[in-house]
Write a new protein. Sequence first.
Length: 219
Amino acid sequence: MGEAVAAVLPLALAIAASPFTIIPAILLLLTPRAAATSTSFLAGWLLGLAATATAFTLLSALIEGFEETPTWASWTRLALGAVLLALAVRQWIQRSTPKPPPAWMQSISAMTPSRAFPFAILLAVANPKVLLLTAAAGLGIGAAELGTAAAASVIVVFTIVSACSVAVPVVAYLVLGARILGPLERARDWLLANNAIVMSIVLAVIGLSLLATGLGDLL
């Protein structure tokens, strides 16, 4: 189990470090019903990540049942690593190209608690970068051939670490109130300005890690 946790932690940290993950949480804290809306978003984010990781863990177990050789997991890591590196290069090339905020980000200012929950689930499963990282984690957990309880525990650890960057500002707001909004707004502005650079570095590091792991398993 310890090896499985060590394998998914970098993937979870990559999701947590993604501006795509952090910015919505900060923006929701600037809405009129900040506490209820951000808490609802956090619950949906946790559920979306956990459900996706569980689905890929089950898929991995299904593949294992049909696959006679154990090399599929290594080839999957190589493929995911290559995709993440390609995305990292793309983000780096486009880092200087100004882009307007996506439509979903502009709609957050009018978000309500009842909408924030399904919205977070959608973000967890619809963003390609988050989905790739969660898929890599789930497939890795399934390939580790853990028992049900151990696999569930690893999924819980992965989900909590992945969601920590959403949970921290939400909890900080619940504890400190409006005093935390100033630093959060500055963090939001910095992330919006440096989104492409941060994502390219995160994706490159995780992509190289997956490639190294996959090659190490095959050699």
